[in-house]
Design a protein around this ligand. Structure first.
Ligand code: THU
Length: 150
């Protein structure tokens, strides 16, 4: 399948402008498309409680689901200067479930397969194959939140 990488990167650059990145000053934009060619985007959103930061890919995958897209087949992630960046480790895992190992990522040297960036990944197959039925007990049940329905 051929992709219009220039358009996809342009969409990522356009959304990077909307990033909320006052703490790192690194704006990030992400644009992805499904096999039908529909494009969705996301930008990073930081928080004064630093660990709550949402990467641009988080917004992208949320937009993918919100807009009812199929699996992502091509993604461009760029910094505010317009150059592609590689997704962080957590976002490689996130993108794996959003598109699979064959998802292509924009890079200066040409597209890179996600599966090559995240070999030996944990997948839903592991859950199906390895999870156990755990007997519930009062101590193990969901704790009360102390809320109005406690
Ligand atoms: N960031 C992303 O948005 N995606 C990545 O894959 C790497 C990092 C953001 C998070 C944070 O707002 C800033 O870049 C600096 O880490």
């Amino acid at each position: 399948m051929d992709f219009d990488w220039a358009s996809l990167r342009a969409a990522a650059i356009a959304v990077a402008v909307r990033a909320h990145a006052p703490y790192s000053s690194l704006r990030v934009g992400a644009a992805g498309q499904d096999a039908a060619g529909t494009v969705v985007t996301g930008c990073n959103v930081e928080n004064a409680s630093y660990g709550l930061t949402l990467c641009a890919e988080c917004g992208l995958v949320s937009a993918q689901h919100a807009a009812g897209l199929g699996p992502l087949v091509a993604v461009s992630v760029v910094a505010g200067d317009g150059a592609p960046i590689v997704p962080c480790g957590r976002c490689r895992q996130l993108l794996l479930e959003a598109g699979g190992p064959g998802l292509l990522l924009d890079a200066d040297g040409g597209p890179v397969r996600l599966g090559d960036l995240l070999p030996g990944a944990f997948t839903p197959d592991e859950l199906a194959a390895r999870s156990e039925v755990v007997a519930s007990s009062p101590r193990a049940s969901t704790p009360s939140t102390g809320g109005p329905h406690a």
